[in-house]
Design a protein around this ligand. Sequence first.
Ligand code: ADP
Ligand code: MG
Length: 725
Amino acid sequence: MSGSVARLNAIAAINTTETNPGVTDLSKPIDEVFGSNTFSLSVMQKCLPKAIYKSIIHTIESGSKLDPSVADTVATAMKNWAMERGATHYAHVFYPLTGLSAEKHDSFLAPDGKGGITAEFTGKTLIQGEPDASSFPSGGIRATFEARGYTAWDVSSPAYILENENGTTLCIPTAFVSWTGEALDKKTPLLRSMQALNVQAQRILKLFGTEDPGFITSTAGPEQEYFLIDTNFYFSRPDLFSGGRTVFGAPSPKGHEFDDHYFGAIPEKVLAFMHDAERQLYKLGVPIKTRHNEVAPGQYEIAPVFESANIATDHNQLVMYILKTVARKYGMTCLMAEKPFAGINGSGKHVNFSLGGAKVGNLLDPGDTPHSNAQFLVFCAAVIRAVSKFAPLLRAVMATAGNDHRLGANEAPPAIISIFLGDQLTDIFEQIKKGGAKKSKTQSDLVIGADIIPPLPMDAGDRNRTSPFAFTGNRFEFRAVGSDQSIAGPLVAMNTILCDSLDYIATELEKVGNSNETKFNAAEQKVLKKIITEHESVIFNGDGYSDEWHEEAARRGLPNLRTTVDALPALTHKDTVAIFKKHKVLSKVELESRLEIYYEQYVLKINVEANVAIELAQTLILPAAFRYQGELARTATQLKTLAISYDTESLEKLTSLIQDLEKKLTNLRKIKEHEAGSIKKEAAYACDKITPAISDLRTTVDELENIVADDLWPLPTYQEMLFIK
Ligand code: ADP
Ligand code: MG
């Protein structure tokens, strides 16, 4: 492997990069580090008057209204706490519909009128901020001249200190709404949907005899996948740094076919990076639990312990941010895109989902004998009905240009939404369908055969890695979510469709009431039977990656929405609008604005990719190909003058590829210049016309990569990016 001068320099730089910038101070025990940069409940308990602390706890634990009169005291305590940690500024952090985190920093400092300065932070500034909202997409909710947007303090998500070598900032998680109160962000509907889910879950729990179940919250544990490549390569690939994914690149001679990366030993430099990133996350109170190599070379995963959906979402945004910033210190770049490298395993975000509360525990925990655990079966059936009824919506909330390269492409999970239930639960629902569940299939201990190793209790169901939505023992794992996405959208959808199911079941059961046990049991069996009979087609325990499943799913009539353009319309389908309205999660206008913004994001992304592809092909690939062509032509002429026979095969192949490339470049340019009309039409055009033209161009570029002399090839190759660290 040699490469162009730029690539040789990049490789040389990699060898001299410091492996460990030596930043981690290990002198403090981890329990002192954890949460040290968060304005957590325990900090509040220490620094707030008792009554005020109680009022805050009440708001958080019961999901009730915040008493605005406590804000001044909290603000002062928060400011003092932050300034002790070096903060000079505060920022309302919000989560606009681009999926990123946004923040506007303001200083605490104000002139004291005597030539000095004082620090100020009032309750009003804590509760409400007013960033200029005009640059954030609103999908037509408000015109730019009505640029007002407000950020509103989310008391349930702890404020935190973000450190930088030259200063620190107090960050306050907020919701972001227009001046007319419409949600412009990801957090607002998430909070609304959690509140709605609580109401519906309470109805079910009361029917089952729990008088005061406490606040029921949805819980989420997102497993985050990502790639690390050396930053020298990253900056030599304009497609990566402007679009997040490579638009060109021939396959590396070695991929992941040896399965030698998954769970393999983590390279030293990467491990140093992980320790550092995790320590930063611990300080921010993010309970990181798991780290390992993923399937592809250069691919890794990080997962926290689950938390309430709202906090898990904020924490996942922090995880993405910290991974990206810390990687830089180690000379690496963290790629979050769903499919940075064609032909190489993509990155997803497996969102583990459940619901429960402090008093009632996890409501999706089946216990040892699920067949007799009616309350569990009701919650489980509610999920089955929700996913089956709203499969297109679930596909829509993870539809992005990037994720299309995973879902519906030659990679799993497929775009078909199905549920893996496992043997035990499938069997129980079969029994219910036939008239009543009498037993739960059990598993005996797993005997290893070496006496020194004790027998292990076996799980009742095997795991399945190919289902987009799998029951994994005491929760569902939503695997189709993209690595680069905010998990808020999928969680809002899950909460709301689950509300619809719980509402339906509760309404049926309330008709009978629970005063007569026999009647109640009969009603509950009836509703379970009806749900499973109507929705069993969504259950699939086999290999979701197989072609047979695609055929079988089509026979069952399950939707297979392959692209973002196919999937997005479900956001404003009348059934979606109806449940989102009923449970007050998003209004029709808000849903429509979201649809518009997601189309827009899709179109922008594809257009950037087209522009980058054109630029690279024109200014890097073609010149390299011409140079090599000249070299071959000169060799041919010289050999001819020497009367040595010369095989022109390479030259001819190259020449024909160059002609192809020029044709395809012209084609892509022509296709790009157009006016499709509405944003929906633009999106369809990007999907049907621009994307194929980029792929078409790619085929030729990748063929060229395989014949042009390596020292002339201008871009880092897949082999270099994936294997040299
Ligand atoms: P896997 O074996 O699926 O890769 P991991 O250990 O990487 O599992 O991640 C599993 C995730 O599921 C963790 O974030 C874990 O905290 C989360 N999880 C466990 N129980 C629940 C629950 N009740 N609700 C939501 N998430 C949960
Ligand atoms: Mg995992």
